[in-house]
Design a protein around this ligand. Structure first.
Ligand code: SF4
Ligand code: SF4
Length: 227
């Protein structure tokens, strides 16, 4: 019998460090076109999970280690959502896997602004995995900002998790906003165009390097809220 506990057991075995479940009714404020029901009209629950992103990557003097681990995290979370789909289909449940990064459909060329088919960060918040910080990252009480997210949209009602109530941002903290070399953060949103100009460095020989992670690195919660 498939239920929330069984799903979390499967996810943990596949390598997730955090799992939460949000009923689709919690997504009433999702923007039109990016609601789980826009992706899957029979969606009843959204399963969100995350894996720990090694903190050591922030200590290197080059961002190549951060970049290759980020690429591995994308692959790892995508594999988990793929495997969860297979497991749930065996139980007669439809389980749409959501890409943990690309691909996605929406792209505004002028603003250099992309959007996932649903917002994983907001889904993570609604599933109890954390609170959005001023750096626009999801902050979890145990792992801080060092998590990477994945999700599946499923066709069954499941026992939901409580939305987190802890405080994410330290009172009056503006470290991420003040440290961003592109002034891309305003405390609520990110100017993706400005961020992308700094973030992506490409060379023909060396490939793509994610050249900035300052807003993650300066956050006192990069190692968790209570460490
Ligand atoms: S990654 Fe860098 S450029 Fe982008 S918002 Fe964070 S600090 Fe700013
Ligand atoms: S650096 Fe400060 S303001 Fe920015 S997300 Fe972290 S706690 Fe919040």
């Amino acid at each position: 019998m498939i239920n929330s506990d069984r799903i979390k057991e499967i996810l943990t075995k596949k390598g997730a460090d955090l799992c939460g479940i949000a009923p689709v009714a919690r997504f009433k404020d999702a923007p039109s076109g990016f609601h789980p029901l826009d992706v899957f009209p029979d969606c009843k629950s959204v399963i969100v999970f995350a894996s720990y992103f090694p903190l050591s990557t922030l200590q290197a003097k080059t961002n190549s280690p951060y970049t290759f681990i980020r690429n591995m995290m994308v692959d790892k979370l995508d594999k988990i959502s793929f495997q969860l789909s297979i497991e749930l289909e065996k139980e007669g449940v439809i389980a749409i896997p959501i890409p943990s990064s690309e691909p996605y459909d929406y792209w505004d060329y002028e603003r250099q602004h992309g959007r996932g088919i649903i917002s994983l960060k907001h889904a993570g918040f609604l599933a109890g995995l954390g609170i959005l910080g001023k750096n626009t990252l999801l902050i979890n009480d145990e792992y801080g900002t060092m998590i990477w997210l994945g999700a599946n949209l499923v066709s069954i009602d499941l026992e939901p998790d409580l939305i987190a109530t802890y405080q994410a941002c330290v009172s009056k903290c503006t470290l991420c906003i003040d440290s961003c070399p592109q002034n891309a953060l305003d405390g609520l949103t990110i100017n993706q165009k400005a961020c992308r100009e700094k973030m992506f460095t490409y060379s023909e020989g060396g490939g793509l390097v994610l050249s900035c992670n300052i807003c993650r690195k300066v956050c006192p919660h990069h190692a968790g809220l209570y460490k």
